[in-house]
Design a protein around this ligand. Structure first.
Ligand code: MOS
Length: 723
């Protein structure tokens, strides 16, 4: 018998990805790569105005172009049973919750943003479809779009429904708290529009068999796509099968369906052949949502010794004219620090841009930029170390709910991160550190993200060859889901990871939540764990010694020749009302700024996080590193530009939408505080997907201030702001 630690692929061990070989050899098939017989190609025609109506689409020339099979327009497209859904990536929206995903599906002639789908060209080849698409001429009745956040009125407060919490939250008396403060900081911070750019653009292959639809789809949520698309066609959910064995990144943008799935299915039904629809990179800006702009006002006061007396944080973000979607930028402010007097408030502005959506740590990434910049400003105003200020106001329990934390190692994160970074060698005064001509700055910030758990199902089955087949309808979006689920099952079964064959990505499998919001390890991981435990118990009951001392053939024989199999549903329990579940961390950044040219470099970032049990040290590290890279992009590079005249997405490609490249990234030194959360779920893991980006932009902005003495409150930080 091997011990737990020695077993190959034990939980926590930094094993290589079990699907690594498939990925590097091209054996991993992504949606559009599926060889579907008789497939034809669709491309989307998009609007060139931001607001108005499509009076008509002139399609005659395009229709007679080579290879063209059909063109769908608002005039001839089939009417759907419903348009859009109210089930977002984070669960069914209750009444009063924000609308999510009202895709444009050619059901009317309205134009809400520049780049909106207004037609679909179907042809025998992709090239024929693209060529014909460019021959379609739209005639519009154009109206003046709302594009300016500063001049467009806010929508009525009663229409603002955040994802988490209330539109306006209050505890204590902020004005009274500010009156007690010796020092007050009140500033406005802004974050820009940003768009996701996963390597794999959104795509789908739609095939009908009578009233049954199969979608090979690039998604973070196969069930979310199934539920929405089936509703659009007035079908039972079981009539739609969604398959996604590999997804080439999503980061929130593939958390639910957009227009293209339903448009592909409409096209396939119309031409009676399978249809492949791959968005262009440009169509990732608008038809697929991104992060909205935020304007955040933070006012914070403290006594001389740094004790917070009041905190007010208001966020105005933009939505589209199709739906009201609020960037949840204020969640962390309600729970991160012990402050008796606190107010948060959301406002919303409707612009003629594509609908915003979840983007990596939606809310916490933008919100921590403002909050953790303000805390840094307060630390300077108090002449206090920024870590000491945070420790002074450390929340021993959740100040919002009053509940104890399920686990919290933030103190340890500050200590470990500052030690690894060498924080104590920092001289606090701005412009006090140099290396040759470079101004050197050290900055830090707190990271946090909720640890959510949702219901999930799994089937586990002993196969005649001795392997254990484990299936759950989850997604592999690049995080290492195949790998960690295999490890979880192997650990619970007491076998080597090589004996587990984990399968995912098909709505024929037990339902699990969308891979969004850091829920997968916690939710689907718990289901995989519970299914493995149940299968092991069943086998142990059948044969003494269980899997360790019996062959699969003997075990199956003892079961009367029947498959030994369990299917379970795993769900959170009463602990959800007893504890507050969050991951925490600390981010430390070093920047170097050229004093004459304003060039900003980030040679190193050090992180320390407490994310519960680390299921695979290698994949978890990759998650945090990816988040940090994105945080560097958020701090210094990323911004979607909209033409103020016509609402066109100006930099809708990877040449002009700036993201970090290897030369922009220095060392990223990732540390985890040993933490096992015994309340969050049976595996003790809180999830590591989203937290990595939180706090990063603030830590860089704070380091830029330390290096230069210039406080930049508008992202991205550009060199011209430092000159
Ligand atoms: Mo999450 S917003 O799906 O990265």
């Amino acid at each position: 018998m091997t011990t737990r630690r020695e077993r190959a692929g034990a939980l926590g061990a930094p094993i290589d990805r079990v699907d690594g070989r498939l990925k590097v050899t091209g054996g991993a098939k992504y949606a559009a790569e599926y060889p579907v017989a008789n497939v034809v190609h669709a491309v989307i025609v998009t609007s060139t105005i931001a607001k108005g109506r499509v009076r008509k689409l002139e399609t005659a020339a395009a229709e007679s172009a080579p290879g063209v099979l059909a063109i769908l327009t608002p005039q001839n497209a089939p009417r759907l049973a419903s348009q859009g859904n109210n089930t977002g990536a984070q669960g069914p929206a209750a009444r009063g919750a924000p609308a999510m995903r009202v895709p444009t599906l050619l059901q009317n002639d309205e134009v809400h943003y520049n780049g909106q789908p207004i037609g679909v060209v179907i042809a025998d080849t992709f090239e024929h479809a693209m060529a014909a698409m460019q021959m379609v001429k739209a005639v519009y009745d154009e109206e003046t779009p709302a594009l300016d956040m500063a001049t467009t009125p806010k929508i009525p407060p009663e229409a603002v429904h955040p994802l988490g919490g209330e539109r306006a939250y209050k505890r204590g008396d902020v004005d009274a708290g500010l009156a007690q403060a010796a020092v007050t900081v009140g500033q406005t911070y802004t974050t820009p529009l940003e768009n996701h750019n996963p390597m794999e653009v959104h795509n789908t292959i739609a095939s009908w068999d009578g009233d049954h639809l199969t979608l090979h789809e690039s998604t973070q949520g196969i069930f979310s796509v199934r539920n929405s698309v089936s509703k659009n066609f007035g079908l039972a959910p079981d009539n739609v099968r969604v398959i996604a064995y590999f997804t080439g990144g999503g980061f929130g943008s593939k958390g639910g369906p957009w227009s293209h799935e339903t448009l592909a299915a409409m096209a396939a039904r119309h031409v009676k052949r399978p249809v492949k629809l791959v968005l262009t990179r440009r169509q990732m800006f608008g038809p697929v949502g991104g992060r909205p702009r935020t304007i955040q006002r933070v006012t914070v006061g403290a006594t001389r010794d740094g004790t917070l007396t009041a905190l007010r944080h208001a966020s105005t973000s933009n939505t589209s004219t199709l739906e009201d979607w609020v960037e949840p930028a204020l969640s962390q402010t309600r729970m991160l620090y012990e402050v008796p007097n606190l107010e948060t408030q959301y406002d919303l502005v409707r612009l003629n841009v594509g609908s915003p959506t979840f983007m990596r740590a939606p809310g916490e990434s933008t919100g921590t930029f403002a909050l953790e910049s303000a805390m840094d400003e307060l630390a300077y105003a108090l002449n206090m170390d920024p870590i000491a200020l945070r420790l002074k106001n450390y929340a021993e329990r959740d100040p919002e709910s009053g509940r104890p934390w399920s686990s919290k190692s933030l103190r340890e994160c500050y200590a470990l991160g500052s030690e690894k970074f060498g924080w104590k060698s920092r001289t606090p005064a701005p412009r006090s550190m140099r290396d040759g001509r470079w101004l050197v700055g050290y900055g830090m910030a707190t990271a946090t993200y909720p640890a959510r758990r949702q219901q999930a199902g799994t089937t586990a089955k002993l196969m005649p060859d001795g392997t254990i087949d484990v299936r759950a309808g989850t997604q592999e979006i690049g995080c290492g889901t195949y790998t960690i689920m295999s490890q979880i099952a192997a650990d619970a079964l007491g076998v080597d990871v090589s004996r587990v064959k984990f399968e995912l990505g098909n709505t024929d499998m037990p339902e699990t939540p969308a891979s969004t919001g850091s829920v997968t390890a916690s939710s689907t991981g718990s289901a995989v764990h519970d299914a493995a435990v149940a299968l092991k118990a069943k086998i142990d009951q059948l044969v003494p010694g269980g899997l360790a001392s019996n062959s699969a053939a003997d075990i199956i024989a003892k079961n009367g020749g029947q498959p030994v199999e369990v299917t379970i549903t795993s769900k959170p329990g009463p602990e959800q009302q007893q504890y507050s579940f969050h991951s925490f961390g600390a981010v430390f950044s070093e920047v170097r700024v050229d004093p004459d040219l304003g060039i900003i470099r980030v040679p190193r970032v050090v992180t320390a996080h407490g994310v519960g049990r680390v299921l695979n040290e290698k994949t978890a590290r990759s998650q945090i590193q990816g988040g940090v890279v994105w945080g560097v992009g958020m701090a210094l590079l990323e911004e979607t530009h909209i033409d103020p005249r016509n609402g066109r997405y100006v930099n809708a490609d990877l040449a002009e939408y700036q993201v970090p490249v290897n030369a922009d990234i220095g060392t990223i030194d990732v540390h985890f505080v040993d933490e096992h959360d015994s309340h969050v779920n049976p595996i003790g893991a809180k999830g590591a997907g989203e937290i990595g980006i939180t706090g990063v932009a603030a830590s860089i902005a704070n380091a830029v201030y330390h290096a230069t003495g210039k406080r930049v409150r508008d992202l991205p930080i550009r060199l011209e702001q430092l000159l």
